[in-house]
Design a protein around this ligand. Structure first.
Ligand code: NAI
Length: 250
């Protein structure tokens, strides 16, 4: 895939799951410099050991973090804006503090990340991918906070694509269905299943429940799809939402 040699890439939520897989995928294709953001400072330590890398530990929803990152973002070419948290719970029983936490990370954090990336790209252009979710498209009980935050991410990507186009900045979103990553371990229904059947069996059960293709995605598969959207092979694609959910949202 063309276009990665020597480039500078920002990845948020880099310490785990899809973000870490994106770092690996990009490192294998010759990225020159990484700016890695995560609230988990320890998780950032072992990433991309053979690349030039700047680790910025902090909360994506904290504007002060983005001032710090901005000073290190010169020459930014690529951005994977991916940090996010899961949540579940019905609206009638809504825990408002949890709603605010989800909006803070998934939406406030996303817009601050996007602003930082687009500011750094405004001279020379670039390519940005936002991690949304199939939950931002398909309504399911119990997904109000998470789904609304991810629907917001999808709209942000579209608005940013229109604003970015005259500056040579492409912005796209991916909307995965289930992906086997640690994010599931904090979801009570999944944690119960994993305690009963083991984690691998619980992932397989979740995948067979509502996904026509019958399985969750692997994080490496999502990373390769994000990589395609970042690449010059996707030079005519902007404002799109790549739904990668095995048919879950149909
Ligand atoms: P993960 O839990 O493995 O990784 C998320 C990363 O984001 C972690 O390293 C975490 O420390 C970081 N993070 C969380 N809050 C943060 C904050 N406030 N500031 C900075 N970093 C923060 O989960 P996964 O699955 O890799 O999630 C990545 C993205 O993919 C998330 O936006 C998630 O909503 C989205 N997604 C995941 C799906 C799945 O089934 N795993 C499905 C659809 C979307």
């Amino acid at each position: 895939m063309p276009g990665f040699q020597g480039k500078t890439a920002l990845v948020t939520g880099a310490a785990s799951g899809i973000g870490a897989a994106c770092v690996e995928w990009l490192a294998a294709r010759g990225i020159g410099r990484f700016i890695l953001v995560d609230i988990d400072a320890t998780g950032l330590e072992s990433l991309a050991p053979d690349c030039e890398r700047i680790a910025c530990a902090g909360d994506v929803a904290d504007p002060a973090l983005w001032e710090h990152v901005a000073e290190r973002c010169d020459g930014l070419d690529l951005a994977v804006l991916n940090a996010g948290i899961a949540a579940s719970g019905g609206i009638i029983d809504l825990d408002f503090a949890q709603w605010r936490r989800v909006m803070a990370t998934n939406l406030d954090g996303m817009v601050l990340s996007l602003r930082g990336a687009m500011r750094a790209m405004r001279q020379n252009g670039g390519s940005v991918v936002l991690t949304a979710s199939a939950s931002g498209i398909k309504a399911e009980p119990g997904t109000a906070a998470y789904g609304a935050s991810k629907a917001g991410v999808i709209q942000l990507a579209k608005v940013a694509a229109k604003e970015g186009a005259p500056l040579g900045i492409r912005v796209n979103a991916v909307a995965p269905g289930g992906v086997d990553t640690p994010i599931w371990d904090d979801v009570p229904m999944f944690a119960d299943m994993a305690a009963r059947q083991g984690r691998d069996a619980a992932i397989a059960s979740m995948g067979s429940m509502a996904t026509p293709l019958g399985r969750f995605a692997r994080r490496e598969e999502i990373a390769a799809q994000i990589g395609f959207l970042l690449s010059d092979d996707a030079a005519t694609i902007t404002g799109s939402v790549l739904v990668t959910d095995g048919g879950y949202s149909l």
